[in-house]
Design a protein around this ligand. Structure first.
Ligand SMILES: Cc1ncc(COP(=O)(O)O)c(C=O)c1O
Ligand SMILES: C[C@@H](O)[C@H](N)C(=O)O
Length: 358
């Protein structure tokens, strides 16, 4: 019988805290399409302040945040965006920039640290003299932290260099900042400095910050005005949305300080996993709250079988490949959960029981 559940599938799985639920119940609301919902306006004002941008708009998801941002920057037919071949926008957003926006993706290889070589980005920029046959490059997208590369942080020096490259070529820069607060805490650099070079950023409130729903796009006033129109076009214009924004405000106020703890627990878990025979994990690459690891081929387990074993013991993780698994820490995972998880891994892979009798 499962006595506890430790949900490590993602940082999207958190449940609203009591403070969030109280704020939702008490939220002052109005119709955010007909004018503005006062609580949504408070959140948008606060997020613009934190990120150092002129304006912000609340959207239902990070996927919509990225989609709207790309489509505002690439509002001319034949536009092309340069992005990572392992980026969330390219891999996990149903190709929306193309299927909905008609924008052509031009991928550049993501390095293990989540960056793209700047010379390769520059080489991917279309020569305007080839306009007869080439799409027109209008945008470069970065992702910080990088989800598919273990939550690795892009340094502010790197982001600034890509920003300089974009400006030199008359391009815009968008950052998929789903976990930008994780990068900020891990690097010890304020969010506004980390995104200074970006023309737009999509920030998830529903990941490590623990809000139940939503993201915010930040950028210039004119950019956000266009983003609001496109949000409505895509069906993202919401009415009394302050109910969701009230929870997001609590998340921003209360949970940023917890991110460091998430990162520490991720490091402890990664270090523990590295000591278990049959598991391969690069502990040094764990910079924030995400761990990717592989099962050794000599092990009796496939990822699918191990995930099933773990689920039978209340541990939920995400299978990423035949022998690879992802774990994501969040503020509702305790140190005791981390130790219980390690015990279950230990028992599964070595049969050795620990003092918990697992
Ligand atoms: C890096 C990154 N960007 C964007 C998203 C999309 O966010 P949402 O799930 O809210 O659409 C996610 C995951 O959810 C993500 O990990
Ligand atoms: C799976 C992916 O879409 C999601 N962003 C996550 O990190 O859980």
């Amino acid at each position: 019988m499962i006595t506890r559940t430790v949900d490590l599938r993602s940082d999207t799985v958190t449940k609203p805290t009591e403070a969030m639920r109280a704020a939702m119940a008490a939220a002052v609301v109005d119709d955010d399409v007909l004018h503005h919902d006062p609580t949504a306006l408070r959140l948008e004002t606060e997020m613009a302040r934190i990120t150092g941008k002129e304006a912000a708009v609340f959207v239902p998801s990070g996927t919509m945040g990225n989609l709207i941002s790309v489509l505002v920057h690439c509002d001319t037919r034949g536009s092309e965006v340069i992005l990572g071949d392992n980026s969330h926008i390219h891999i996990y957003e149903n190709g929306g920039i193309s299927t909905i926006g008609g924008v052509h993706p031009r991928t550049v290889k993501n390095n293990q640290d989540g960056t793209m070589d700047i010379d390769l980005i520059e080489a991917a920029i279309r020569d305007p003299s080839g306009v007869l046959v080439y799409p027109t490059t209008r945008l470069i997208c970065l992702e910080n932290t990088h989800a598919n590369h273990g939550g690795r942080c892009l340094s502010v020096e790197y982001v600034d260099k890509v920003g300089e490259l974009a400006k030199r070529h008359g391009l815009k820069l968008h950052i998929d900042g789903a976990r930008i607060f994780n990068a900020s805490v891990a690097l010890g650099i304020p969010v506004h400095r980390l995104v200074q070079a970006a023309d737009s950023v999509s920030v998830c409130l529903s990941k490590g910050l623990g809000a139940p729903v939503g993201s915010v796009i930040v950028g210039s006033k004119s950019f956000i005005a266009k983003a609001k129109i496109l949000r409505k076009t895509l069906g993202g214009g919401m009415r009394q949305v302050g109910i969701l924004c009230a929870a997001a405000l609590v998340a921003v106020q209360e949970n940023v300080v917890k991110l460091e703890g998430d990162h520490k627990k991720a490091k402890i878990l990664a270090e523990g996993l590295s000591l278990i025979k049959g598991i391969k994990v690069d502990v040094a690459s764990v910079e924030t709250n995400i761990i990717f690891f592989d099962i050794e081929e000599s092990s009796k387990f496939t990822a699918e079988k191990l995930c099933k074993y773990l689920e039978e013991h209340g541990i939920l993780v995400m299978q990423e490949g035949p022998l690879s698994i992802r774990i994501v820490l969040h503020h509702q995972i305790s140190e005791s959960d981390v130790q219980y998880t390690l015990s279950c891994f230990q028992h599964a892979l070595t049969g050795v029981q620990d003092q918990n009798g697992i």
